[in-house]
Design a protein around this ligand. Structure first.
Ligand code: C2E
Ligand code: CA
Ligand code: CA
Length: 719
């Protein structure tokens, strides 16, 4: 029986005392006495009446229900024996002394039930007096509060645990109020103090957003503001400031704390994660990925981005772009005569002078060695390039002082133009390179613009598109295979299939000449299907020849990857050729997968379901965020060639490659290095823990027949 809500022990007690002390209330009729007896017997509270010595004279039904003792069991007994040892003498002491004062005693006691079990009682004991004021009885009104006690003990324990978690968390934690205009801090943990440098007592009462200071132009701030407004979870990466003014990157998560009814948000918990280290690392990685460590100029990666950007801009503005490839004359002599240090100093000075010859908006890049590229955007007319080139040649002709000696350098410059010579960065670079070689052939220290006759491979864009279509129809494409080598065993464990075009007049054309156009015109789709089918059939042939299974990597283009039914199409090709999907690796580039992360995830999962492996090609040249990498179901990273180039001579490049390998391994990804041209590079990569390599040092891409021969030789133990 539970007490009615609203009745309290206290009011019950008063009611009873008045009823049972005839002298103090109005005289009661016989009916009324009966009624009171009933009321006591049926009261939802346990009621026990004792004589002054504490011997029980009466107990009601509710008491029997809570304790198991019926009146017969306890009448004439002193309640002391019911009380377990835990109820201390002092409680009884206070109980009895309060009786002497005539004050009711209130308190919680543990008692035994009849069956020996223990329960918690909340009771109020008071004295009954007769008409003369003589103390005649004790009356105890009791309530079983075991359940409530248990709940609050659990609560207490949970609260202690939470508190401990807050205090010992290595993340900073801050709890703020959530009133319309009061987001003041009510708690911060020790990690918060450590991260921010503020002591708890300095920040309690401040607005939660004070760590942002006046650095309010942060787009992520709106995530937090709207989460606070709407009383929901939110996250953001913010620039925050420590007490000493230094900046740290805060990966902040906030979550609402609701009141007991769950309706209103009373507070917010903010979890503060100082990710400055990670951000610094990523920024360094990005900087290194885009800059030449010797001169600080743009490197090949950044250069190709800049060229494509410049072309996109010039397309809209109908503008003109110049691409200048500059190669120092006889630089090797300087290096040999004066040493590498002198060579490096010279390159730095050249970089400096080149920058001084062009506008801020132009790009100066170093490709490696003594090769530089300059992109001139927004040229008024084609002849202006020659003038700038002349200016560069004359600036370079001033002596350069290195280690106390004057060195004289000259340069050969080749120039190509957008839109005259082409509309892709790689093509423009290639043509500038061809023009530069003509300068070298004709005595150096001069400039030359590209002319179509310079490259036998140069096919005009219009001719190219028609020729590509014909090539598909006539089957002029073929595949070369470049072996992938397992570093520990030095054995061929796979290959990358690379497309070639056997042009009837020009000869073998490399993909750099036509992949872009194929992508633009959509011809890449039938071309890609042809590549997959060809590799499937080849796999089946190798299998029939008794060669062990071998994973072959295939390059996917962006357009292919965006096809809705890509997985179905690939599955159909596997089915029709009978090839084993697990022996295929699909290579995707960072820019393809970072484009739209959610739809990429769906696409990647549907490809994985086919049984193929997925590889991230040209890794390091894009902006892969580590958190996405973790989410994507990829199996392999291919470190881009540009990181491998100088790995054996440049400590920074080696450190980056090492970091990529370590990161990949922490994500359980296999790592392949491409563009390995030297033994030292391979050895260094092996020491870094890289799994596989691919590059001219081991083998160039080769015709299928040559590759098949190598496979047979390896199988027979000749290789
Ligand atoms: P990629 O996927 O990065 O392929 C590697 C490129 O590096 C190949 O150029 C290969 O010949 C070259 N390479 C390999 N080892 C070395 C080395 O040690 N040093 C140097 N300097 N280069 C090395 P390739 O065959 O000219 O292909 C160029 C690009 O064309 C490929 O770059 C890929 O993006 C694309 N491509 C090739 N075949 C296909 C294809 O079937 N489909 C699609 N969509 N793209 C393809
Ligand atoms: Ca590739
Ligand atoms: Ca690659």
């Amino acid at each position: 029986m539970t007490p009615e809500p609203g009745t309290s022990l206290e009011s019950e007690l008063h009611r009873l005392r008045d009823a049972l002390q005839p002298g103090q209330g109005p005289a009661l009729s016989r009916n009324m006495t009966d009624l009171l007896a009933q009321a006591i017997e049926q009261s939802p509270f346990g009621i026990v009446v004792m004589d002054v010595a504490g011997q029980v004279e009466y107990c009601n039904r509710a008491f029997t229900a809570m304790s198991g003792f019926a009146l017969d069991d306890i009448v004439g007994v002193n309640p002391h024996p019911w009380n377990p040892a835990e109820t201390t003498e002092s409680i009884y002491g206070s109980l009895l002394s309060s009786q002497n004062l005539g004050e009711p005693w209130r308190g919680d006691l543990q008692n035994h039930r009849k069956d020996g079990s223990v329960y918690w009682e909340r009771q109020m004991v008071s004295t009954l007096r007769d008409a003369d004021g003589k103390h005649t009885h004790l009356i105890a009104v009791k309530e079983d509060i075991s359940e409530r006690k248990l709940k609050s003990e659990n609560y207490e324990q949970t609260r202690r645990l939470q508190e401990q978690a807050l205090v010992s968390s290595s993340n900073g934690i801050m709890i703020t109020r959530s009133d319309d205009d009061d987001h003041s801090i009510v708690y911060v943990n020790p990690a918060f103090e450590r991260i921010t440098g503020y002591r708890s007592d300095e920040v309690i009462g401040l607005e939660g957003r004070f760590l942002v200071r006046d650095d309010l132009a942060q787009p992520d701030l709106e995530n937090i503001r709207s989460a606070l407004r709407e009383g929901r979870e939110g996250e953001a990466t913010l620039r925050n400031y420590r007490k000493d003014g230094s900046l740290f990157w805060n990966e902040l998560r906030i979550a609402p704390v609701r009141d007991l009814t769950g309706a209103a948000t009373t507070h917010f918990v903010s979890v503060i994660n100082d990710i400055s280290e990670r951000v610094r690392y990523q920024q360094a990685l990005e900087y290194q990925a885009n800059h030449d460590s010797l001169t600080g100029l743009a490197n090949r990666n950044l250069l190709s981005d800049r060229i494509e950007q410049a072309i996109a801009w010039a397309k809209r503005q109908k503008g003109l772009i110049g691409v200048m490839l500059l190669d120092l004359d006889h630089f090797k002599l300087v290096n040999d005569a004066s040493g590498h240090r002198a060579g490096d100093a010279l390159l730095k000075e050249v970089a400096h002078r080149l920058k001084s010859c062009v506008r801020e908006t132009d790009t100066v890049a170093r490709l490696g060695g003594d090769e530089f590229v300059i992109i001139l955007t927004d040229l008024p007319q084609a002849d202006d390039v020659d003038q700038i080139a002349e200016k560069i040649l004359s600036t370079l002709s001033r002596p350069i002082e290195v280690a106390g000696r004057d060195i004289f350098v000259t340069a050969s410059i080749g120039v190509s133009l957008y839109p005259r010579d082409g509309d892709h960065g790689e093509i423009l670079l290639r043509y500038a390179d061809m023009a530069m070689y003509r300068v070298k052939e004709h005595g150096r220290n001069s400039v030359r613009q590209f002319m179509p006759e310079m490259g036998s491979n140069a096919i005009s864009r219009l001719d190219m598109e028609a020729a590509l279509r014909r090539a598909l129809e006539r089957g002029e494409f073929l595949l070369h295979y470049q072996p992938k080598i397992d570093l520990p065993s030095q054995r061929i464990v796979g290959a990358e299939a690379l497309i070639r075009w056997q042009h009837p007049q020009i000869g073998l054309v490399h993909p750099i000449e036509f992949i872009h156009l194929a992508e633009e015109t959509g011809l890449i789709l039938p071309m890609g299907e042809w590549v997959l089918k060809e590799v499937c059939q080849q796999q089946v042939r190798w299998h029939e020849q008794g060669l062990p299974p071998m994973k072959i990597a295939i390059n996917m283009s962006a357009r292919q990857f965006r096809q809705e039914d890509l997985a179905d199409r690939i599955a159909a090709t596997f089915a029709s050729t009978g090839a084993d999907p697990t022996q295929f690796i699909l290579e995707l580039t960072e820019s393809m997968v970072m484009h739209d992360v959610d739809s990429t995830l769906v696409a990647l999962r549907s490809l994985k379901k086919l049984g193929v492996s997925l590889s991230l090609d040209d890794f390091g040249t894009g902006y892969s965020s580590l958190s996405y990498l973790r989410r994507f179901p990829i199996d392999e990273l291919k470190i881009d060639r540009s990181f491998i180039n100088d790995i054996h001579t440049n400590h920074d490049d080696a450190a980056i490659a090492g970091a990529i390998v370590a990161m990949a391994r922490s994500l359980s990804l296999s790592v392949v290095a491409e563009g390995v041209e030297k033994k030292e590079q391979a050895e260094l990569l092996a020491s870094l823990g890289c799994n596989q390599v691919q590059g001219y040092y081991y083998a160039r891409p080769m015709a299928e027949s040559a590759f098949t021969t190598q496979l047979h030789e390896q199988q027979n133990g000749n290789a």
